[in-house]
Write a protein that binds this ligand. Structure first.
Ligand SMILES: [Zn+2]
Length: 350
């Protein structure tokens, strides 16, 4: 049926130069909006959400996963990525980048075969191999499974279930795999209702181009992108618990100069290969404003327990208390600079 679905259908070479130009334009757009991006992507963003929808992107990671993630982050979107196991194995950093960008990673089989023609043991091996690849690359164990082409049967469902995977098909098909235009994709997405899930794909330019309009439409209806519940398969509010587990503390964050009636002390309790968490504790005020400066090209990807705003460079964050106590935190992507740590510029009351 979907013989040419997403990841197995690449843009033909004649489009390459145009694609490169558009990607360059896209990249500059993303850079310009980077300041707004981190704010929009934070759990504390203040959109009115009367319901949630599940945006899903299948068949990745691909060579353009980073472009997709840039667009998603610039639009404050968290989505579910149904990854193909062999793509994850061959591009582990892209799978990791999905998680770092706040996406949920899920199982879309090992190599996108027609699974209903498999034996039970073949299904079992296919899905568990994919789970292992995803977990090994990202540290996250998938809880959702989407069968390639949406083709399933009771054997496949029970195998998935035995591996802790909830099967998720879709309510709305964007038709992006079928050559839909940007406006057609936007129009298809406008049918989404609260709780529903839409099928889209990693690796398709029109899909990336449609995201700002999809988000505008959802916002106008007070719908927000959410996570897909592993227990119901429906879109629900994100659980708001991004930071992964493990690693040892390293790094030496600066201590702030005393100023403005409070002090802020930073530590970096978690450092990974490509990012680290900073925890800042404020003393001397319950209602505080802390200014933190990053070193380019490092960027904040997620914050918690405060209300952030950014200067025009995107490297200076002003964090205000939001009633979540006196310790806030954020995740910083190193982007190639693994040694710099945030500098606290000031702590003021109010
Ligand atoms: Zn697929």
């Amino acid at each position: 049926m979907y013989a040419s679905i997403g990841g197995f259908r690449r843009p033909s070479t004649p489009r390459t130069s145009r694609l490169t130009v558009r990607l360059a334009v896209l990249a500059s757009t993303v850079a310009l909006s980077a300041a707004g991006l981190a704010v929009a992507a934070t759990p504390s963003s203040a959109a009115v959400c009367n319901g949630y929808v599940g945006l899903t992107f299948d068949d990745g990671p691909t060579g353009s996963t980073s472009a997709l993630l840039s667009v998603l982050r610039a639009n404050g979107v968290r989505a579910t990525m149904f990854n193909v196991g062999q793509n994850v194995q061959s591009n582990q950093s892209a799978a990791r980048a999905q998680v770092d960008a706040g996406m949920w990673v899920a199982n879309h089989s090992w190599n996108h075969a027609h699974m209903t023609s498999m034996s039970q043991s073949q299904m079992q091996s296919d899905l568990s191999q994919t789970n292992s690849a995803i977990q090994s690359a990202t540290g996250v164990r998938p809880q959702l499974f989407r069968p390639p082409y949406g083709e399933t049967n009771s054997t496949l469902q029970s195998v998935a279930s035995s591996l802790g995977l909830r099967q998720v098909i879709w309510d709305v098909d964007s038709q992006d795999w079928n050559g839909a235009s940007v406006s057609q994709i936007v129009s298809n997405a406008s049918r989404l209702q609260a709780g529903q899930v839409i099928l889209m794909h990693d690796g398709i330019q029109n899909t990336r181009d449609a995201i700002p309009q999809i988000m505008a439409n959802l916002s106008s209806r007070n719908l927000c992108p959410g996570m897909i519940s592993p227990s119901t398969g429906r879109a629900v509010a994100p659980d708001g618990t991004p930071p992964p587990t493990t690693p040892p503390p390293t790094g030496t964050p600066t201590t702030p100069p005393p100023s403005g009636g409070c002090t802020a002390t930073a530590t970096t309790p978690n450092v990974w290969g490509d990012r680290y968490n900073t925890s800042v504790t404020v003393q001397g005020a319950g209602n505080w404003t802390v200014v933190v400066a990053l070193t380019p090209p490092q960027r904040v990807s997620t914050t918690w327990n405060g209300s952030p705003s950014w200067d025009s460079t995107g490297y200076v964050m002003t964090m205000r208390s939001n009633g979540s106590g006196n310790t806030f935190g954020f995740t910083t992507m190193m982007n190639g600079n693994s040694s710099a740590r945030p500098q606290i510029r000031s702590c003021t009351t109010g």
